[in-house]
Design a protein around this ligand. Structure first.
Ligand code: G3P
Ligand code: CA
Length: 282
């Protein structure tokens, strides 16, 4: 009773609890290490991220691998051919490509890790015991290019097999711009949390949730406004924008009330939020 009275005296009326911002390492930590590689994920985990963000493709022999693009090409991966589709190669063939050799010129602080191969989802999920972070995993699937992937249902089946194998049902969020895979996952495993990615012209977040069945709306960060976030929260949704990389943009989004931020510099964002240290830079 005395504690309650004390709290009433020191807290202003209607005080809000402090806002916790979930930090997602985009493609691991693309600003610092080659995107979507094990070194990038390990860097992000050591920095103390709340979630690893990553993208998935499927090999010819139906192995889920981690890649943003359905095509292999420099500077992300270099190998025997200038460009080829991942879905045309077996995992063994894919491993001839080096996805850590070249620094991405768009990220001057990215440190190359020559010899890094494209990881499988199985290998990334094997990092789970290193912490309590989430896996925010994106199906890269394209309605206009069915040749790049299996069907949405088969893609989801392969992803779900890996989730079940590692018992990660409560630590995975499935995200996509293509809502066919979100709808397929909801049908196959309604316990998996879903995140609808969105870009383009401004659109009501609650309408996106209705279309996709997702609990999280993950828009291009330029589309975030406080009013939209308030409406999303009122509908029980979370808002998780991508991919702001500057303190000014982080602050604007935090002021707008977002629940988390996906960034290429997760260590910097953590520091900005006054959380954790940063792994050593070489
Ligand atoms: O998943 C959030 C963000 O990664 C979406 O954009 O193109 O980097 O996959 P992209
Ligand atoms: Ca992504």
């Amino acid at each position: 009773m005395r504690t309650a009275l004390l709290l009433c005296l020191i807290m202003p009326p209607f005080a809000q609890p402090a806002q916790t911002i979930q930090v997602h390492g985009h493609r691991g930590a693309r600003g610092l290490r080659p995107e979507n590689t094990l070194p990038a994920f390990e860097y992000a985990i050591a920095a103390g991220v709340d979630a690893l963000e990553l993208d998935m493709a499927v090999t010819k022999d139906n192995v889920i691998v981690i890649s943003h693009d359905p095509l292999l090409h420099p500077p992300v991966c270099s190998g025997p051919k200038p460009e080829i589709a991942i879905h045309q190669l077996t995992l063994r063939e894919l491993r001839e490509w080096d996805c850590g050799k070249m620094q991405n010129p768009n990220f001057p602080r990215q440190q190359a890790v020559p010899g890094a191969r494209m990881p499988t989802l199985d290998e990334v999920f094997a990092l789970a015991p290193k912490g309590e972070f989430l896996f925010n995993i994106e199906t890269k699937i394209f309605a206009e290019h069915p040749e790049f992937t299996p069907s949405p249902e088969d893609f989801v089946k392969l992803v779900l097999n890996e989730i079940r194998k590692h018992h990660l049902e409560s630590r995975v969020v499935l995200q996509s711009f293509d809502f066919r895979t979100l709808i397929a996952m909801k049908k196959a495993a309604p316990e998996i949390k879903l995140s609808a990615l969105y870009e383009g012209s401004p659109k009501d977040f609650t309408a996106i949730a209705k279309e996709s069945g997702a609990q999280i709306i993950s828009p291009d960060f330029h589309l975030v406004a406080a009013e939209q976030v308030r409406a999303a929260h009122a509908a029980g949704l979370e808002v998780l924008p991508w991919t702001p990389n500057t303190p000014a943009d982080w602050d604007r989004l935090i002021a707008a009330g977002v629940d988390g931020i996906i960034t290429d510099y997760p260590d910097e964002l953590l520091k900005h939020l006054g959380r954790g240290g940063s792994p050593a830079r070489h």
